[in-house]
Design a protein around this ligand. Structure first.
Ligand SMILES: NC(=O)c1ccc[n+]([C@@H]2O[C@H](COP(=O)([O-])OP(=O)(O)OC[C@H]3O[C@@H](n4cnc5c(N)ncnc54)[C@H](OP(=O)(O)O)[C@@H]3O)[C@@H](O)[C@H]2O)c1
Length: 300
């Protein structure tokens, strides 16, 4: 079987790439835009005819679409560029999936909700409060309107092995924590918004299982699915767990309310019962997951 994976050089895409390549009966056609590492193919999703040519040449059995502009502040700064990737390129992929008669699994976000009435079920009406959430929701609509048999998988803030600490909204906190150990300045961190972080390996495992089920046993598996970790944490809580895990001081860490930049929803906890009922949910304890994700960054 063959999966066409977009965003294979990204934080989540790398984990999904690794999960599929563990299986001898799967071939992964992973694409990247700028970070074309080993095994990946360079392909710009904005170049629609190249995307069509690549799909004709590779003939995948399923498309997993991870690539996106996912930094809310960057989306606010250049909404047109984010629209082109998050909505327009997604619509083209959904159209191509139909043409090839293969399912598409689209990675979406808890930011499609306003954070005022969690936990959110798949049937709850999305009401995004920032442009990133609005564009991801438009991407969802393209995917499901093209074919209601496609899958939309909404996930929370993720963390995992990073190429830079800034690559994840979770691991970037470690940068601030380490800095305030060495320099006599405070590290202000939000103790307001509630999140349920997930390890990229957990999400990759669920994606793999969803695809397997869709292709081999349950072709009627369609529509929206939610998953998030089962620990409710503010950013400050995450920093406390990191400090405890790595024996760092919290002396100059200051919990605050609010943060600069694009507006963020308050509590985006997702109801995960649909995935749980399939028996494919998985949660890595945050302290264990962050210890392994940051293993290479302790002495840097
Ligand atoms: N990160 C989170 O906390 C989070 C939370 C909820 C949902 N999500 C969703 O999860 C998915 C993956 O997020 P992520 O954090 O892994 O993103 P990421 O690390 O920022 O990776 C983005 C990926 O998109 C690729 N890309 C960007 N522009 C492209 C283009 N024009 N053509 C082809 N590929 C292009 C990038 O390729 P290059 O790097 O090679 O240029 C990279 O592989 C996204 O759909 C996001 O909305 C993420």
């Amino acid at each position: 079987m063959k999966v066409f994976l977009t965003g294979a050089s990204g934080l989540l895409g790398r984990a999904i790439y690794q999960r599929f390549t563990k299986e001898t009966d799967w071939t992964v056609c992973g694409i990247a835009h700028n970070r074309v590492g080993s095994g990946l193919t360079k392909l710009n999703l904005l170049d629609k005819s190249s995307v069509t040519d690549f799909l004709n040449a590779t003939q995948p059995d399923v498309i997993v679409h991870c690539a996106a502009e996912r930094y809310p502040d960057r989306v606010e700064r250049d909404p047109q560029a984010a629209y082109d990737l998050n909505v327009d390129a997604t619509a083209h992929l959904a159209h191509e999936a139909n043409r090839l008669n293969v399912p598409l699994l689209y990675i979406s976000t808890d930011y499609v909700f306003d954070g005022k009435s969690s936990p959110y079920k798949e049937t709850d009406k999305p009401t995004p409060i920032n442009e990133y959430g609005r564009l991801k929701l438009l991407g969802e609509k393209e995917v499901l309107e093209a074919n209601p048999r496609n899958i939309v998988f909404r996930i929370p803030v993720i963390y995992g092995p990073v190429e830079t600490l800034e690559e994840s909204a979770v691991t970037v906190l470690f940068k601030g924590l380490k800095k305030c150990q060495q320099e006599k300045e405070t590290f202000q961190v939000s103790n307001y918004e509630l999140r349920n972080p997930s390890s990229v390996n957990d999400i990759a495992q669920i994606v793999f299982k969803l695809v397997e089920k869709k292709l081999f046993s349950s072709p009627d598996l369609n529509g929206i699915f939610h998953w998030c970790g089962n620990e409710v944490l503010t950013k400050y809580d995450m920093v406390v767990k990191m400090a405890n895990t790595f024996g760092l001081s919290l002396e100059r860490v200051v919990p605050v309310v609010g943060q600069p930049g694009a507006q963020r929803p308050y509590n985006t906890c997702l109801d995960v019962s649909r995935i749980s009922q399939l028996g494919i949910g998985t949660h890595t304890d945050f302290a264990d997951g962050i210890k392994s994700a940051l293993a290479n960054w302790i002495s840097v």
